[in-house]
Design a protein around this ligand. Structure first.
Ligand code: HEC
Length: 394
C-alpha cells in the first residue's frame, strides 16, 4: 500500500489508541480512588444497605456517590458498565501493531543485523510470543501462586524481562519492547473480558433474582483487577519508551525494561496505599531514586577524550561523506529511501549547518546508542560512528 496512506492510517489508529487508553486508565484510576476513598455513611444510608459514601465537586456540580454492601433492593433501569474502554484500547492497539510493525515489518520488525527473517517469519515470532505469553499468564492464574500477590508479581516480571531478552535477540529493539507492552495490554483487556465482566454479569443476574451472588466471582474479579492496577504504569512506560532510544536501544535494553517496569509497579503501590490513608512517601522517593540510578548506571561511556586522542582531526568532507552514505537516504529534503518518503521527524542533513545544528541528537542516536541509521539499514560501522563523534566534538 502507498506509504502516504499508511501514514494517515497510522495517525488515525494511534490517535484512537491514545484516546481510548486515556478513557480506560482514567476510569480505572477513578474507580480505584473511589473505592479507597469511601467513608462510613450516616445511619439512614446504612439502613438502605449502603456500605460507603462519598461527596465530590466537579465541573460546577455536587456529586453524591454510594456503594452498596450487596445488591440494591431493586436494580435501576439504567446500569452503566465499563468495558468498551478496555476492548477498544486493545483493538486499536492491535491495529497499531499491525499498521506500524507488521505492514512495515521490513523497516520496524526485522533487524537483519540480528536475524535475517522474512516478514512472515518475523510476524510469526511476534504473534507467537503474544499467544505463548498470554497462555503462560492464564496458566499461572490457575496455580496456587496467584494467591501470593507479591511473589506472583515478581515471577511475572521476571518472565516479561526474559521475553524482552528473547525477542531482542531476533527482532528489532523497538519491536521487542512493543511486544512485551502488547502482551501486558492483552492480558489486561482479557482480564476484563474473561473474568471481570462474567463476574459482574453473575452479580447482576443474582441481584435481579433477589439472591446474593456467589462471592467467588467477586474474589476472582478483584484479583484480576489488582493485576491490571499494578500493570498500568509498566505498560504505559513501555508504550512511551519507543521515543527513548537510550532505553530500548541500550545493550541491556531488556534489563532496563524489567527494572523500569518494577519501579513503575512500585510507584503505583504508593498510590494504592495512600488512597487507604497509609502514606509512605519513601516508596515514591525510592522509586525516583531508582529511576535516577538506572539513568546513571546506563549512561553512555564518555569516549570523547579517548576518541579525540585517537587520530588527526576529521575533515568536513569526511563527515559529509559518512552522513551522506548513512543518513541522507532518509534525512533529506529529497529522500531516496524506499519506505521513508519525507524526512523522518523533519530532520534533514543536506548541509553542514543542518548537521551541526543537530549535534546532540546525532550523538544520542548514532553514537551513544546505535539506534540510527534506522535498524542500521545502511550498515554503519563502529569506526564510522567514532569518526562522526570526533568530528562533532572537535
Ligand atoms: C532508513 C531511514 C533512516 C536512516 C538511514 C536514518 N534515519 Fe534517523 N530517523 C529515521 C526515522 C524513521 C526517524 C523518526 C523516528 C524516530 O525518531 O525514531 C528518525 C529520526 C531521527 C532523528 C530525530 C529524532 C531525535 O531523536 O531527535 C535524528 C536526530 C536522526 N534520526 C539521526 C539520524 C542519523 C545521524 C542518521 C545517520 C547516521 C540517521 N538518522 C539515519 C529514519 C532513518
Amino acid at each position: 500500500m502507498d506509504a502516504y496512506i499508511i501514514d494517515w492510517l497510522h495517525l488515525l489508529v494511534r490517535f484512537l489508541h491514545v484516546l481510548t487508553a486515556i478513557a480506560w486508565i482514567g476510569a480505572s484510576f477513578y474507580f480505584v480512588w473511589l473505592d479507597n476513598s469511601l467513608e462510613t455513611p450516616p445511619q439512614w444510608k446504612t439502613d438502605q444497605g449502603i456500605k460507603g459514601d462519598l461527596w465530590a465537586v466537579h465541573g460546577g456540580g455536587f456529586y453524591e456517590i454510594a456503594k452498596y454492601k450487596n445488591a440494591p433492593a431493586a436494580l435501576p433501569t439504567t446500569l452503566h458498565w465499563f468495558k468498551w474502554e478496555a476492548y477498544s484500547t486493545w483493538i486499536t492497539g492491535m491495529l497499531l501493531l499491525v499498521v506500524v510493525f507488521y505492514v512495515g515489518a521490513q523497516s520496524y520488525l526485522i533487524d537483519t543485523n540480528k536475524a535475517d527473517l522474512s516478514s512472515w517469519q518475523a510476524i510469526g515470532i511476534g504473534v507467537g510470543s503474544l499467544l505463548a505469553g498470554f497462555a503462560i499468564y492464564e496458566g499461572a492464574c490457575r496455580t496456587p501462586l496467584v494467591e501470593k500477590g507479591l511473589l506472583f508479581g515478581l515471577v511475572m516480571l521476571v518472565l516479561l524481562t526474559a521475553m524482552a531478552w528473547a525477542l531482542s535477540q531476533v527482532l528489532g529493539d523497538r519491536a521487542a519492547y512493543i511486544h512485551v507492552g502488547a502482551l501486558i495490554g492483552t492480558c489486561m483487556a482479557a482480564n476484563v473480558f474473561t473474568t471481570i465482566m462474567p463476574a459482574q454479569r453473575a452479580m447482576v443476574a443474582a441481584a435481579a433474582k433477589g439472591e446474593s451472588p456467589d462471592p467467588i466471582y467477586g474474589y476472582k474479579a478483584k484479583l484480576r483487577s489488582t493485576h491490571n492496577n499494578y500493570a498500568t504504569i509498566p505498560v504505559l512506560f513501555i508504550m512511551l519508551s519507543n521515543h527513548f532510544p537510550m532505553t530500548y536501544g541500550h545493550e541491556y535494553g531488556w534489563l532496563i525494561l524489567g527494572v523500569l517496569a518494577f519501579i513503575g509497579a512500585w510507584a503505583r503501590h504508593f498510590f494504592n496505599l495512600r488512597h487507604q490513608g497509609i502514606v509512605k512517601p519513601m516508596i515514591l522517593v525510592s522509586a525516583l531514586a531508582a529511576f535516577a540510578l538506572v539513568a546513571w548506571v546506563t549512561k553512555p561511556a564518555d569516549q570523547t577524550a579517548m576518541a579525540a586522542a585517537a587520530g588527526s582531526p576529521v575533515t568536513d568532507i569526511q563527515a559529509l561523506g559518512i552522513v551522506g552514505k548513512h543518513c541522507s537516504a532518509c534525512h533529506s529534503a529529497t529522500p531516496s529511501d524506499d519506505i521513508f518518503k519525507a524526512a523522518p521527524g523533519g530532520v534533514m542533513f543536506d548541509n553542514l549547518d543542518q548537521i551541526k545544528a543537530m549535534k546532540e541528537r546525532i550523538l544520542a542516536r548514532a553514537v551513544h546508542t546505535h539506534d540510527m541509521p534506522f535498524m542500521n539499514k545502511t550498515g554503519m560501522t563502529a569506526a564510522e560512528r567514532q569518526t562522526l563523534e570526533r568530528w562533532l566534538n572537535q
